[in-house]
Design a protein around this ligand. Sequence first.
Ligand code: COA
Length: 169
Amino acid sequence: MSAVLYPGSFDPVTDGHIDVMIRLTKIFDRVVVLIADSPRKNYLFSRDERVELVREALKKNKSAANIEVTSSQKLTVEFALKEKIKVIARSVRTVADWEYEYAMADANRKLAPNVETLFIMADSKFGFISSSLVREVAAFNGQVEEFVPSNVALALKKKSNRQSSGAKK
Ligand code: COA
């Protein structure tokens, strides 16, 4: 049985990420989406909230039946080794992603030489979407429906309403 680990912050998950997850199901029997934290980032959604948002977004998608969504506080490669997964998938949108992805893949290879990183090109129609862009649009009450699943758009609205009512106090 072939398996792949797709790690990321997913803060929040976007249509671009969902597209990658579904495409991975066409190559691998088992797709594990791992919600992990990068020490370089501050998160809008907690890890548990991000897990729920991905699970909910995938619920209506029949192709998502073999996708598992989980989280970890360990190194990504440690999780892969524990789960006996030999492939980590990362998505590359434009050349701008390359340097960061290359450094991460190189570090992961040094940490776990038997775990390979596979790069998957994002669909060009999602090439400009990023989680931070979506968060920024939502913070100014802009429309995010065309970038993210509907449950994520709703969660972003709730978060920004809560934050703006907190700011008014
Ligand atoms: N569609 C939409 N957005 C995409 C995308 C796609 N197809 N492909 C990449 N992106 C965007 C994301 O939205 C995100 O944008 P943002 O920076 O504006 O939020 C960015 O590309 C990359 O984020 P993501 O894919 O979520 O990864 P990350 O770099 O935040 O997370 C971890 C990296 C969590 C996987 C990594 O830090 C990790 O493995 N951490 C665990 C600890 C560890 O093992 N550290 C050592 C790593 S060498």
